[in-house]
Design a protein around this ligand. Structure first.
Ligand code: ZN
Length: 465
């Protein structure tokens, strides 16, 4: 009756049907289930389409409008007769007639006799899609199961008044969980509008909760966000690395890491002066695990690095937790586990014992530490200084080569090194927050400290983090 295909929108809809019918899997959905789900979809849509614009129930119509802008139920000139609308919708979901020629369903390939035009299919409503149909062909053949799935889509996806986000994952359990949470939320929106759902929620947070249910295995996850607009439809794709569920399982099973994650969430939370939540730190933290296709955008490590350089903000325990979180992420997700001790000790020794104030040298390190080239220069200087003072440098250029090389993602190693240096300073109780006594040095140091923290070699070359 119903197959979850590789098409992300059909797949999300198929899972929504399974959840709404209380089945474990789309493959278990029966004809009676399809009848029932189709009735619910039609009733909800018709009720929303005749609601007053000021009525909270009108919000569901906005959701439908963003997905199916030219359908009967979302059209500006639609009838305000609920039963007429309900019938128009019911017709869309009837079983195929016994006679006539069947063609393979666009999505699942089973024989289908109903042909759907772009007005009923989300993301098919663009000029580009229009051009893919050969002349004289009325539309796409779509089987009954897929027709209902494509309209169950807003139940199984994270919807806003203008967009929808669906999840595809190698673990079906995560897809079901994502759909289940969204179906629950959709029911609230249908009855109470968006104001009835909690502020600051994000699809990434729902996705993360779903991923937490699958255990620690490897599993790639993709979020597809889209808007089906007459003018400018868009699609945005973000992904998590396959090892993210393993990382989440590690965090959940380890108290300092849980503390680190919670501190991250709190640091990312934004509130109005009256205490009202404007940005949910939970949602923002979840977002950091999803990478844009072009590799741009914030990453968890960059965010942690930024927080850790706020040297006066954290207690020793908090700093240790955030540092461990950064190490755990790089190890679990990227398999990056550099040997930091020797080089971090060299830098920490130099900050502690070099000439001038520790705060000044830390500021120098801060401004050099993410450029491989400048870090290399600083390490030579530090090693030379320590030797002049009759101390041993401990490690030589061989040990620091991995941190100063120009190669992809070397900046991650430099960020981890900085986290370890800051942790060591904290552990040794070196006061880096007190300004130098000499007024001239103080001025120089404060200038260094005020400079924006650049993130990578790329940032040095192209400007801006
Ligand atoms: Zn189909």
């Amino acid at each position: 009756m119903l197959t979850a295909t590789g098409h992300p929108l059909q797949r999300a809809g198929a899972w929504a049907v399974a959840v709404m019918a209380d089945r474990r899997h789309p493959g278990e959905v029966t004809t009676a289930d399809l009848d029932e789900v189709a009735r619910t979809i039609g009733d909800d849509a018709a009720r929303a389409a005749v609601a007053d614009k000021t009525d909270a129930r009108y919000d569901w119509w906005k959701v439908l409008f963003a997905l199916y802008p030219n359908s009967k139920v979302t059209h500006a000139g639609r009838t305000r007769d609920r039963s007429v609308l309900g019938e128009a919708l019911a017709v869309m979901f009837v079983p195929d007639e016994a006679t006539g020629t069947a063609m393979p369903c666009t999505f699942c390939g089973t024989p289908a006799k109903t042909v759907w035009a772009k007005s009923t299919l989300p993301m098919f409503d663009t000029n580009k899609a229009l051009n893919t149909l050969p002349p004289g062909v009325r539309g796409w053949p779509v089987c009954r199961g897929c027709r209902i799935a494509m309209w169950a889509l807003p139940y199984g996806s994270w919807v806003t008044a203008g967009s929808a986000t669906v999840l595809s994952c190698e673990r079906p359990q995560a897809e079901r969980e994502f759909a289940a949470q969204n179906v629950k939320r959709a029911r609230r929106i249908i009855h109470a509008g968006f104001s009835g759902s909690s502020a600051g929620g994000r699809p990434e947070l729902v996705a993360l909760r779903a991923l937490r249910t699958v255990g620690s295995g490897l599993s790639a996850t993709t979020l597809w966000s889209f808007k089906n607009d007459n003018q400018e439809p868009w699609l945005r794709v973000t992904r998590t690395r396959r090892a993210v569920p393993a990382f989440l399982a590690t965090v959940d099973g380890n108290a300092p890491l849980r503390r680190g994650w919670r501190l991250l969430e709190l640091a990312l939370t934004q509130r109005e002066k009256d205490g009202r939540l404007t940005v949910s730190g939970q949602g923002e933290a979840a977002r950091l695990l999803f990478e844009a296709e072009d590799g741009r955008g914030r990453s968890l490590l960059r965010q942690l690095h930024h927080l850790l350089w706020d040297t006066e903000r954290w207690t020793r325990q908090d700093r240790a937790s955030l540092t461990r979180l950064a190490f755990a992420y790089e190890k679990e997700v990227y398999g990056v586990e550099p040997d930091l001790t020797g080089v971090a000790t060299l830098i920490t020794d130099w900050i502690e014992h070099g000439s001038g104030s520790p705060r000044g040298r830390l500021a120098e390190y801060r401004n050099a530490g993410l450029s491989g080239y400048r870090l290399g220069g600083l390490l030579y200087q530090a090693s030379f200084r320590l030797k002049l003072d009759g101390r041993t440098a401990g490690v030589g250029p061989d040990a620091w080569r991995p941190f100063v090389q120009q190669r992809p993602r070397a900046w991650e190693q430099r960020m981890l090194l900085a986290a370890e240096v800051l942790r060591m300073l904290d552990q040794r109780g070196i006061a880096v927050s007190s300004p130098p006594e000499d007024p001239k040095e103080r001025e120089q140091v404060e200038q260094l400290v005020q400079q924006p923290l650049l993130a990578t070699d790329d940032d040095y070359y192209f400007g801006g983090a």
